[in-house]
Structures are given as structure tokens and as C-alpha cells.
Design a protein around this ligand. Structure first.
Ligand code: ZN
Length: 266
């Protein structure tokens, strides 16, 4: 390492990750909520790689004025820096964010979690619009194919809107399974819901896994929440409900929490 290496490079020495860039983001007046989320997203490597691929495959994005294009541009700038460490001003991204959403226009502190949700939803919206536009282009440019695919198209237009599984979903979407067991007939009813984020009660000095276990623990339904059992065809008191959570992190990693022991009431 040359004499030009930064303090951080010197401190990390040989453990500086190969090909990695550590860049600080300039603050534009209480934009720390935004910078902290951008840093977290940048170091979510599968997300970053997919965003960089997307940008590389869509060269015209440089002229696009949406948050996805601004984010892709920023990440590309950081990853292509010659230096390993430094500071970058996410000016274009912050300007676009303020233009897009009134909430983030002031110089007030904002909620990082709220911003992350907004950003991920914006990216999904843009990807869905692009996929729809590409589909429309394909349909208008090849009318013969449209006729051939007639019944399929009719189904697509007539049926419920099919959710596009974007790389944002692949990275961040999880499935929450809520299971309820009827204490009378033992029938288990399961209901799946997708989510981008979960609200966990954080206990001091505990791990995320431990907090997730608490989240999925058994709960006895009380009289107000009595549950309708399809098998017994009636509402019952004294039921026990429990949730099992399946959380998929970064595509391949799956964390399944076991169903905990049943407790009975009455
Ligand atoms: Zn039942």
C-alpha cells in the first residue's frame, strides 16, 4: 500500500476487502437518515450487485430522472472510484428525493425506516412500470404474436394483477406464516402474508434471532379474539394461536423459526 493510503486503509491493512470501496456520504442538512440507509443498502452486497447490473444493462438510465436511476448512478460512482476510501456527495439523489416527496423536502430530521420503505416501494414501482412498458412495446411491435397469445393475454387483462417478482422482492421480501390451532379439533389454519419489514420488540443485550423467537412465540387467544374454526364451523373460546415466521434474507438464506410448544387454556 502506497503512502497515499487513507487512515482507514492503513488501519485495515491486509484485511481491507478486495475490490471494496468505503466512501462517506456528504450531509446536505439533516440528511443523515438518508445517508445511513444508503450506506446500509450499499453494503447489502446482493442488492448492490443487482442494482449495478441493472444500471450496466440500461445505459439510457443516465438521462432518467427517477430515484432508481439516481441510486444506481450513485452506487456506480462509488464502486468505480479509483481510490479505496473517500467522500462522495449524493447530491443528485437527495435533490431528486426532495422533488419526489414533500416529506423529505425540509431540513428537519426524518425517520430512516420510513425513508427505507419509501425508497424500496419507489424502486419496485419504477421496475414494474418498466416491465409493463416493455410488455406493451412487445405487444404493439408484434401483432401476429399477440393473436397467437390471445387467450393468455385475455387472462392477463381479465384476472387479478400479477405481482412482478423484482430483485427488490428477491432481496428483501419475506413470508410471514400465521398459524392457529383449534384446541377442540386440533386443526391448524395457516395464513401467509408477504412483508418487506417486521416490527420487533428489541430487548437489551439480546440478539436479532432471540428477538425473532419472541416475535414468533405462542399466544393464547382470549375471548375477544376468539377464532372461527372451519372444521368445527363455529367460534371457540380458549384457543391457542402461534405464529411461525419464515424470513428470507438475500435470496438464499432462509431463517425458519420453529413452532413453540402449545399451551392450553380453560
Ligand atoms: Zn376446530
Amino acid at each position: 500500500m502506497g503512502a497515499a493510503g487513507s487512515k482507514l486503509e492503513k488501519a485495515l491493512g491486509d484485511s481491507f476487502p478486495e475490490g471494496e470501496r468505503y466512501f462517506g456520504l456528504e450531509n446536505f442538512g439533516n440528511t443523515c437518515y438518508c445517508n445511513s440507509v444508503l450506506q446500509a443498502l450499499y453494503f447489502c452486497v446482493p442488492f448492490r450487485d443487482q442494482l449495478l447490473d441493472y444500471y450496466a444493462n440500461n445505459k439510457s438510465l443516465g438521462d432518467e430522472d427517477n430515484l432508481l436511476a439516481c441510486l444506481a448512478d450513485l452506487f456506480t460512482q462509488i464502486s468505480s472510484q479509483k481510490k479505496k476510501t473517500g467522500v462522495i456527495a449524493p447530491k443528485r439523489f437527495v435533490q431528486r428525493l426532495k422533488k419526489q416527496n414533500e416529506l423529505f423536502r425540509s431540513y428537519m430530521h426524518q425517520d430512516a425506516h420510513e425513508f427505507l420503505n419509501f425508497l424500496l416501494n419507489e424502486i419496485v414501482d419504477t421496475l414494474e412500470k418498466e416491465a409493463q412498458a416493455a410488455k406493451n412495446d412487445q405487444e404493439t411491435s408484434s401483432p401476429a404474436e399477440k393473436t397467437a397469445n390471445g387467450p393468455k393475454n385475455a387472462h392477463a387483462n381479465g384476472g387479478p394483477k400479477e405481482q412482478l417478482d423484482t430483485w427488490v422482492h428477491k432481496n428483501f421480501q419475506g413470508i410471514l406464516t400465521n398459524e392457529t390451532r383449534c384446541l377442540r379439533c386440533e386443526t391448524v389454519t395457516a395464513r401467509d402474508e408477504t412483508f418487506f419489514d417486521l416490527s420487533l420488540d428489541i430487548e437489551q443485550n439480546s440478539s436479532i434471532t432471540s428477538c425473532l423467537k419472541n416475535f414468533s412465540s405462542t399466544e393464547t387467544l382470549n375471548a375477544e379474539d376468539k377464532f372461527f374454526c372451519d372444521k368445527c364451523c363455529s367460534y371457540h373460546f380458549g384457543l391457542t394461536a402461534f405464529t411461525a415466521t419464515t424470513i428470507m434474507v438475500a435470496g438464499d438464506h432462509q431463517l425458519s423459526l420453529p413452532i413453540t410448544a402449545l399451551s392450553t387454556c380453560n
